[in-house]
Design a protein around this ligand. Structure first.
Ligand code: NAD
Length: 293
């Protein structure tokens, strides 16, 4: 299939390369020329704009940071919308506001173009291995048509509802992860203050009700003080802002999300926003004047 791919960053580039490896004809565009060169080296094609990526393709996939980037990539001069024609499909795999997804979908539908929002989890390793989890919002028939293409990049692709539902699901995921990291950091801080080794606490409780994938993947980083990303706090701040905006839009009070957001804002003030989100533990170290290592 001829596929336009706009946004060849940490996630988008390996995802686009996996499509090439599966035999698809991929036309890639990004502001960063080196990223396009890497795609071409892997067997893909260069596009000089979002418009050209769309003109050459029947499907356009987008993988950009946030709603304003997607809006600009779609509707700016020489943007994707200018190269679209009736009957085509746009799949936005960026993690953005579900309210924005619905807006973009409505605008594209007016051009006779169908739309899915399809954010992912799994991070850079998942993007490279082709094992990300994709949560999709949109119509069943569009989902069915592109399921196999999405599965090239993923280990699971799930339709969760109408357009916007993919990003609502992703926000739910991000809320749970942030609150969970804060929870384990707070508990390990109490243990340390009480003279109990947090690592022993982890070993003792990990298989019980308090255990979680977050506990498994983040505890050792906290005990080692290794906050290399992984998933950067600045991206998690973006997700929590979208979660709070959506919560306010839909009247869903979300106090723990708001608190997690303020913890991350404090870390940003300490220049830690490029660190992994497990650095939430650093916030507890600061307010309790101790380390967890
Ligand atoms: P990134 O910053 O590495 O890549 C974004 C790319 O978009 C950059 O290469 C940038 O040059 C390009 N870009 C920005 N605006 C553009 C435009 N108008 N036209 C063309 N190119 C443009 O980001 P990423 O880590 O790849 O994340 C992409 C999305 O995936 C985000 O929404 C993020 O929240 C989500 N996500 C990231 C991870 C992760 O671990 N990095 C995991 C899951 C989901």
């Amino acid at each position: 299939m001829k596929i336009g791919f706009v946004g060849l960053g940490i996630m988008g580039k390996p995802m686009a390369i996996n499509l090439v490896k599966a035999g698809h004809e991929v036309y890639g565009y990004d502001f960063v020329k080196e990223s396009i060169d890497d795609l071409v080296e892997a067997g893909g094609h260069a596009a000089s704009s979002g418009k050209e990526a769309a003109e050459k393709s029947e499907l356009v996939i987008i993988m950009l940071p946030n709603s304003p980037h997607v809006e600009s990539a779609l509707f700016t001069k020489d943007g994707i919308a200018e190269g679209l024609s009736e009957g085509m499909t746009v799949i936005d795999m960026s993690s953005i506001s579900p309210v924005a997804s619905v807006e973009f979908s409505e605008k594209l539908n007016e051009l006779g173009v169908s739309f899915l929002d399809a954010p992912v989890s799994g991070g850079e390793p998942g993007a490279i291995e082709g094992s990300i989890a994709v949560m999709v919002g949109g119509d069943q028939d569009v989902f069915d048509k592109y399921y196999d293409v999405l599965m090239v990049m993923a280990s699971s692709v799930t339709l969760v509802g109408e357009v916007g539902a993919g990003n609502t699901t992703k926000l739910a995921n991000q809320m749970i992860v942030a609150i969970n990291i804060a929870g384990i950091s707070e508990a390990y801080s109490l243990a340390k203050k009480a003279g109990v080794d947090p690592e022993n606490v982890y070993k003792a409780i990990r298989s019980g009700l308090a255990g979680s994938k977050v506990m498994e993947q983040k505890s050792q980083k906290i005990f080692d003080g290794d906050f290399d990303p992984g998933f950067r706090i600045e991206l998690h701040i973006k997700d929590l802002q979208n979660a709070l905006d959506s919560a306010h839009e839909y009247n869903a009070a979300s106090p723990f999300t708001a608190l997690s957001m303020e913890i991350m804002q404090s870390l940003r003030s300490h220049d830690l926003d490029k660190k992994d989100h497990s650095a939430i533990a650093r916030y507890y170290e600061m307010i309790n004047n101790q380390t967890l290592q």
